[in-house]
Design a protein around this ligand. Structure first.
Ligand code: MG
Length: 343
């Protein structure tokens, strides 16, 4: 197998502001794994505050090439789980860089075995949840304009954790009655304030809240979870499968992102474990092209909520935009991820 990789800056439609950062593009690395004319595509998306970069991804891929792990793969029976555990053991960290390899291997295996990735994962397209459209922290007039541009979406996700939380929610409620997912991105610092916010947000039609308090404050998050009338999901507090034990009892659910989980293999394990623990599951994304988005969408029918809006928030997606029908991403019957390259 031949691994190739290139840097790609994914430009955002609007500067994106959350409680802890703001940016106008997200650095990606697009990868291809090629064997006998088959090409599997993957990507890693690396918002700067998470600690990975295009350069660290390149360094990791050089390590993968040197290891020979991909050279010895038998095309007739690609064991992605086995390959990914070897890739994961090469060096700690690099979750997004690893995710790109996992995604490309799923795309490749699906094409070779003539199956869509969602079928490989055991997903049922009929139970696909709606996907939310994400609004960064903005002024009321910009928020109104962005909601107007999100007519095809059936749920709104909004970033909170600024001093304008009340105004932001009131603005959204004044123009739409779609369900709202709120994401505080660790932006609230006080347990009592957070619990009050949960009650107020619930009264405004908010159906879930992500990461109310800082990721390491598990005791505080547990109190918010106990006091909240709506589900509280861990995002920053939950990265890899091993974090289940760490966050036990502190949240009602988790936000799984392929860039955190090192891809679909571990994400599928997370879904199965969360179901056992009776936890709610959201599948989310970073700023991603159709490649990462369709990989997430392949697992989305096994989740309660989907936030897979990357292609609609960016301007230079190098693949065809996924099809959105009734607010849901349509899974294609094409083999692999079913994505088509434009650039
Ligand atoms: Mg989040």
């Amino acid at each position: 197998m031949r691994l190739s990789y290139r840097k790609f800056d994914l430009q955002l439609k609007h500067p994106f502001r959350i409680a802890i950062a703001a940016r106008t593009f997200t650095p990606l690395v697009l990868i291809e794994i090629e064997k006998n004319g088959w090409i599997g595509r993957g990507e890693c998306s690396m918002p700067p505050y998470l600690g990975e970069s295009q350069d660290t991804a390149f360094a990791f891929y050089q390590l993968v090439e040197k290891s020979g792990i991909l050279q010895n793969v038998n095309l007739n029976s690609i064991d992605i789980k086995f390959i990914m555990s070897a890739i994961d053991a090469l060096q700690e960290g690099h979750s997004a860089a690893k995710a790109a390899i996992d995604i490309a291997l799923h795309d490749l295996k699906g094409q070779i075995e003539q199956k869509p990735v969602w079928q490989m994962l055991g997903s049922e397209p009929m139970v696909m949840p709606v996907t939310s459209f994400t609004l960064g922290i903005d002024t009321p007039s910009v928020l109104r304009e962005k909601i107007g541009g999100a007519a095809n979406f059936s749920a709104i996700k909004v970033k909170l954790g600024s001093e304008n939380d009340y105004e932001i929610i009131e603005t959204i409620c004044s123009v739409t009655d779609k369900p709202i997912y709120a994401d505080a991105n660790q932006g609230w610092k006080d347990v009592h304030f957070a619990i009050e916010m949960c009650h107020w947000l619930a009264s405004k039609g908010v159906v879930l809240i992500e990461q109310p308090l800082p990721k390491s404050d598990l005791e505080g998050n547990a109190k918010v979870t106990e006091g909240s009338p709506i589900p509280i999901l861990a995002d920053e507090s939950f990265q890899r499968f091993k974090d289940f034990s760490k966050i036990a009892g502190a949240f009602h659910g988790i936000n799984i992102k392929l860039m955190k989980s090192t891809g679909l293999c571990e994400a599928k394990q997370m879904v199965d474990e969360a179901r056992k623990r009776k936890m709610k599951i959201m599948i989310g994304c970073m700023s991603e092209t159709s490649c990462g988005t369709m990989a997430g969408a392949a697992l989305a029918p096994q989740c309660d909520f989907a936030d897979l809006d990357g292609p609609w928030l960016t301007v230079n997606n190098p693949y065809e935009t996924p099809i959105l029908r009734g607010g849901k991403i349509e899974l294609s019957n094409n083999f692999g991820l079913g994505i088509k390259q434009l650039l």
